[in-house]
Design a protein around this ligand. Structure first.
Ligand code: IVH
Length: 784
């Protein structure tokens, strides 16, 4: 491999940032203690981080991790000189840059040639063998082609000193501060015998569940959504403010090296990958070797079969001649190596016609437009519906009924319309505008949209049968009141027949009323009443969650229950009891800095006050300052003089939660919920006539569920307990125990003689526990 030349970075002083070593007085015992504690914390946190993000095998709880991190932050802020470049505190992001510096790659970052079918791949293989003058089957390293952004990372004596984009292959941008925030990028390499200098090449990408969450959040805030995970990853890495990057769910997987010094190259590419793994990099779980084209085809088939279950987008397979000596013989053509090829997958996008748009009403009244499509085969399934998310999304897409549209499907993500292929309006074919309804399609109430929200909602509340049904389904669901036998279909009948208007009505149902319903025999009616009866005794967190207050999920419900202790206290709580708020809503660092720059640029009037100040600020069209923010700034600071004197910290919106995980939005929803008369009536009915209660002394902690939200699967034989017992233990900790492995599985517990589930979990990169590890975990939670 061509690994020559020296590292150079085109930054003002032309050198790497120094790896700062602690400069403290080691003879002072206090200093020594502090330095030792910081070093210990750094090591611990680095190990916990590695276990969590690279091995997917957490050693401690998130809360404990945060506690240790805060302690290290405190030590480092007391004594900034002990801070090191590889400290885990450096992952939270650094102050914004004004532009990226450039980095010259000492070993060029090449691209790959593509093939699109088996015949083209066979032709590539023939070409390679001809060049090598061999008839033998070649061994290839096979890797999924991750759909993200290529990065190059430089480690000097094991410490990350530079991260860069590919750029034009020769020169990229210096994104060191950004890559430091990516949790699976090691800040320091693990192990001994490290190369003096190592350049690692890999892909930064955004896992699909993180991508979905990010877009959901953006949608709820009325912000721009990302078209796909690759754009999201690229946009996140291109932030000048690395604190923004730090909040993005990015991951990195290493697939090769560039320049190395002080390390003997192994004979094969796969061994390089294993060395990278030993040094602490995440290696993709599907990496394998295959000999000859037939095995390469098998690998292709295997990967394509599980593609839909992966938590990241891949757009092909990369085959690399495994032996480095052969790679060297083959060399390069133009910008691509002769020893590697990308076999691209067929498109995950397809064209079809938008037939209609229906508007669904959710539990909180949110109106979601759903596209009905002419069925089309894409990414391995037939798609006939796609979500359009909200009104802004329809506008952004600029689509009309009858249009040809491009549909995209990636992994488990709900199919989406990416863009209009062409509007038949242009070709003379009549297409119709999509009218967003002004009235709820179910109850006819007005549809409202709050000023700062992207989501439009039916104002009918529990008057709206659609919302009522969803609220009751949620109330009865397993993680809420857990009412066995009250399925969706039954709830719909109960509401349609006027038997149930709110959750409290469930508790006055009779066998006669139920037995009259479709598919409901007397026996099942009795069972349902027994289940309702059993649900009267519950826990405070479950009850709170069951009420369906906006943004109050299980974790938040548990935190609220623990903090307030009683329903009475929670009902009386004000916003201030949840959060301490500072700064102006909607103002982030970038906006505050832009505002300050503007105010100091000398273009502002000498004075302005109150409404005048608000008007002037609005008219100035400073980036990020909307009319609403301008008014809020004028209210807060009153005079231009005061605004000019303000610090960034005074302007940037902050809130200090008094309760873990409860911010101002949740606080507002809870307070609003308990202000509404009909909610109070339902809550009163539930607690009095329906008789719902939770035994005193069962604190929120005692019922806290550390595995809530996780899906576990059991396979093989366990020694210490039966699988059924293990299942019950896991369920008591909040886990869902499923029968089959899928991409949604968090952990597979494999006893002796495991079946095919183990192979599947391995292929899907799912955490695997043996019995010993399971017992250790159960013990840990038992002690708490
Ligand atoms: S190897 C000399 N391996 O695909 C070989 N690339 O056009 C250079 N990519 O920009 C790349 N997964 O970002 C390689 N397992 C993988 C990859 C991979 C994704 C990207 C890479 C590069 C592009 C190739």
């Amino acid at each position: 491999m061509n690994i020559i030349g020296s590292v150079s970075r085109i930054i003002p002083d032309g050198s790497f940032p120094e790896v700062i070593e602690p400069m403290v007085d080691a003879s002072d015992p206090n200093d020594k203690q502090l330095v030792d504690e910081a070093a210990r914390l750094r090591d611990q946190l680095t190990r916990y981080n590695y276990n969590y993000y690279v091995l997917d095998d957490p050693l401690i709880s998130d809360a404990e991790y945060d506690r240790l991190l805060r302690r290290l932050q405190q030590l480092e802020s007391e004594r900034p000189e002990i801070r090191t470049a590889d400290s885990p505190t450096q992952r939270v992001g650094a102050p914004p840059l004004s532009q990226f510096a450039q980095v010259r790659h000492t070993v060029a970052m090449l691209s790959l040639d593509n093939v699109f079918d088996a015949a083209e791949f066979a032709e590539f293989d023939r070409r390679v063998r001809r060049k090598l003058q061999t008839n033998e089957d070649l061994e290839y390293a096979c890797e999924p082609k991750l759909d993200g952004v290529a990065v190059s990372l430089i480690y000097q004596d094991g410490v990350l000193v530079c991260g860069a984009t590919r750029g034009d292959g020769m020169t990229g941008e210096d994104i060191t501060a950004n890559v430091r925030t990516v949790a699976s990028v090691p800040l320091r390499l693990r192990g001994n015998n490290l190369p003096e200098l190592l350049t690692v090449r890999g892909e930064v990408y955004m896992p699909l569940h993180g991508f979905e969450k990010l877009n959901q959040h953006a949608r709820a805030e009325g912000q721009k959504v990302f078209v796909n995970p690759r754009n999201a990853a690229a946009g996140s890495l291109r932030q000048l403010d690395s604190r923004i990057t730090a909040r993005r769910p990015l991951a990195m997987s290493a697939y090769g090296i560039g320049e190395v010094r002080g390390w003997q190259l192994p004979p094969t590419h796969v061994e390089i990958l294993h060395a990278l793994q030993d040094w602490g990099f995440a290696l993709n779980g599907l990496v394998a070797t295959a000999t000859g084209v037939v095995q390469c085809e098998d690998y292709y088939a295997k990967v394509i079969a599980c593609r839909g279950q992966l938590d990241y987008d891949i757009d092909g397979i990369v085959y690399k001649v495994n032996a480095l000596a052969l790679q060297e013989k083959l060399g390069f053509v133009a910008r691509a190596p002769r020893w590697a090829i990308a076999r691209k997958f067929p498109a995950q996008e397809a064209m079809t016609r938008l037939l209609d748009v229906e508007f669904q009403v959710g539990r909180t009244g949110a109106i979601t437009p759903v596209a009905r499509l002419e069925p089309v085969f894409v990414g391995g399934v037939t798609v006939s519906n796609a979500t359009l998310h909200n009104h802004d999304e329809i506008q952004r897409l600029g689509i009309r009924l009858g249009d040809q549209v491009i549909v995209r499907r990636a992994g488990d993500v709900i199919p989406q319309i990416v863009r209009a292929a062409q509007s038949d309006g242009d070709t003379g074919n009549a297409t119709r505008i999509i009218e967003f309804p002004k009235q709820c399609p179910v109850c006819g109430s007005d549809i409202e949209r709050a000023e700062d929200e992207a989501v439009a909602r039916c104002a009918g509340g529990l008057y709206c049968p659609a919302q009522r049904k969803e609220a009751i389904k949620h109330f009865a669901s397993r993680r809420a009141m857990d009412i066995d036998g009250l399925g969706d279909r039954l709830v719909e009948q109960l509401v349609d027949n006027g038997l149930v208007n709110d959750p409290a009505d469930l508790y006055s149902l009779t066998v006669e009323q139920l037995a009259g319903l479709e598919r409901m025999a007397e026996k099942s009616a009795q069972n349902l009443l027994a289940a309702l009866n059993a649900s009267r005794v519950t826990t405070f967190p479950r009850f709170l969650y069951a009420l369906g207050i906006r943004e109050v999920g299980e974790v938040t419900a548990a935190a609220l229950a623990e903090h307030f202790g009683t329903l009475e206290k929670l009902r009386k709580a004000r916003i201030q009891d949840f959060v301490q708020v500072g700064g102006i809503k909607g103002v982030g660092t970038a906006t505050a800095v832009a505002l300050q720059d503007y105010l100091r640029s000398g273009v502002s009037p000498s004075e302005a006050q109150g409404e005048d100040l608000a008007n002037w600020l609005t008219a100035a069209r400073i980036r990020g300052i909307t009319g609403k923010i301008a008014r809020a700034l004028a209210t807060e600071f009153n005079t231009l003089e005061a605004l000019r004197a303000a610090r960034v910290d005074d302007m940037v919106y902050t809130h200090k939660s008094r309760i873990d995980g409860v911010g101002p939005v949740v606080a507002q929803h809870v307070v609003t919920f308990f202000q509404q008369k009909h909610n109070l009536e339902v809550v009163d009915k539930l607690c009095s006539s329906a008789g719902i209660h939770w035994p005193a002394g069962v604190s929120a902690k005692a019922v806290s569920q550390p595995l809530a939200g996780q899906t576990w699967v059991l396979t093989g034989t366990l020694q210490a307990m039966s699988r059924e017992q293990a299942k019950q233990h896991l369920q008591s900790l909040g886990a869902r125990v499923a029968g089959t492995v899928s991409s949604k599985t968090d952990v597979l517990v494999a006893g002796s003689d495991p079946g095919s589930k183990l192979a599947k979990a391995t292929a899907l990169n799912i955490a695997i526990f043996d019995e010993q590890k399971l017992m250790q975990m159960l013990d840990t939670y038992r002690e708490q």
